[in-house]
Write a protein that binds this ligand. Structure first.
Ligand code: PHB
Length: 364
């Protein structure tokens, strides 16, 4: 049973991440929920890195022996998952209030909540805490069980959605002296753009003219003209790295943002959540077919191995592409040196491509 505190409409329309790793797209297809993604998702064979007014294509397909990424909004994945669950006769409760989890350190975990004016209680075998960074599951774990690791970044991303055909076929990540910028997309008619901004900036500080001016400046390169269009959505995303260890307390298993956050530069948040859930699903399946706890007992270690590799990649991409407040000429030139290396060394390019398209998914 799925207990969700937002409305179906809210989770199906909220604009979030948009890049699926090769293995994430394959998993959706294998699970029977990839049909619309295959029809509507945009398959990309690479990305571009832009610095010093030059663009360099990273050809993922060639560098990784055929791996690709799919641009398909997280809210579209959510729509497909909810529809499949409802169609299969599963219970999805929306707009649950006062949700609380208890008893997960015993044999009788429970989820309590109120919905539609009624008080409800679900007696569970297990609870999967997939309720995000601000959810109730992680804070319900008794003190002393979890160790938390965290990095705050001294900047944020201003993200916009513009009704205009993307000016590039592929994503462009730009390191500019004025700060990071990213061109992404959601469909052939919708461009998604991001700008590094101050961590306390509010969207009001960014009128349309200022946004376009910065985007033009930071994404400028030979032969490229950014297309402008009506801005239909504007938001500021904080940047943080965070991990809670272990990803389990008794019969409560934390997955996705409930257990870890990555800065968005590597496009990993949703993919890491999918990788956790793949491990957890295999562990539940094994338990229900054989009553073996083996995979459940290994869930946290198995997931954390990937989590820390992805933490490293997301931190590395972030550090390579953003301006930090204390940076001086040395730091900027060092970043450019790193970008020169990544775009000219096959070994370095393969490392980026392998991480970006996604490390192998292991279930144990
Ligand atoms: C997005 O399209 O929302 C997006 C793409 C790449 C990123 C982050 C966000 O690294």
């Amino acid at each position: 049973m799925v207990v969700e505190n937002r409305s179906r409409e809210h989770i199906e329309s909220r604009v979030r991440a948009g890049v699926l790793e090769h293995g994430t797209a394959e998993l959706l297809i294998e699970s029977g929920v990839g049909g619309r993604m295959q029809r509507e998702g945009l398959v990309h064979n690479g990305i571009e890195l832009c610095f010093q007014g030059r663009r360099h294509r990273m050809d993922f397909r060639e560098l990784t022996g055929g791996r690709r990424i799919t641009v398909y909004g997280q809210q579209e994945v959510i729509k497909d998952l909810v529809a499949a669950r409802v169609e299969a006769g599963g219970t999805v409760i929306f707009e649950a209030e006062r949700v609380a989890v208890s008893g997960f350190d015993s044999e009788a975990p429970a989820i309590r909540f109120s919905a539609g004016g009624a008080e409800c209680e679900i007696a569970c075998d297990f609870i999967a805490g997939c309720d995000g960074y601000h959810g109730i599951c992680r804070p319900s774990v008794p003190p002393g069980v979890l160790t938390l690791f965290e990095r705050q970044y001294p900047f944020a991303w201003l993200g916009i959605l513009a009704e205009v055909r993307p000016a590039s076929q592929e994503l462009i990540y730009a390191n500019h002296a004025r700060g990071f910028a990213l061109l992404s997309m959601r469909s052939p008619e919708l461009t998604r753009l991001y700008l590094q901004c101050a961590p306390d900036d509010e969207t009001g500080a960014w009128p349309e003219a200022r946004i376009w001016e910065e985007l033009h400046t930071r994404l400028a390169s030979a032969g490229f003209t950014l297309r402008e269009g009506p801005i239909v959505q504007k938001s500021v995303t904080q940047m943080r790295s965070f991990v809670a260890e272990p990803m389990r307390c008794g019969r409560l298993f934390l997955a996705g943002d409930a257990a870890h956050i990555v800065p968005p530069t590597g496009a990993k948040g949703m993919n890491l959540a999918v990788a956790d859930v793949r491990v957890l699903a295999a562990a539940f399946a094994s338990y229900y077919s054989t009553r073996s706890w083996d995979l459940l007992d290994r869930y946290s270690d198995t997931s954390l191995r990937r989590v820390w590799q992805v933490q490293h990649f997301s931190w590395w991409m972030t550090a390579m592409l953003h301006r930090f407040p204390d940076d001086d000429g040395f730091d900027y030139r060092r970043q450019i040196g790193e970008l020169e290396y990544v775009t000219t060394s096959r070994a370095a390019a393969q490392s980026l491509a392998e991480n970006y398209t996604g490390l192998p998914m292991l279930i144990a």
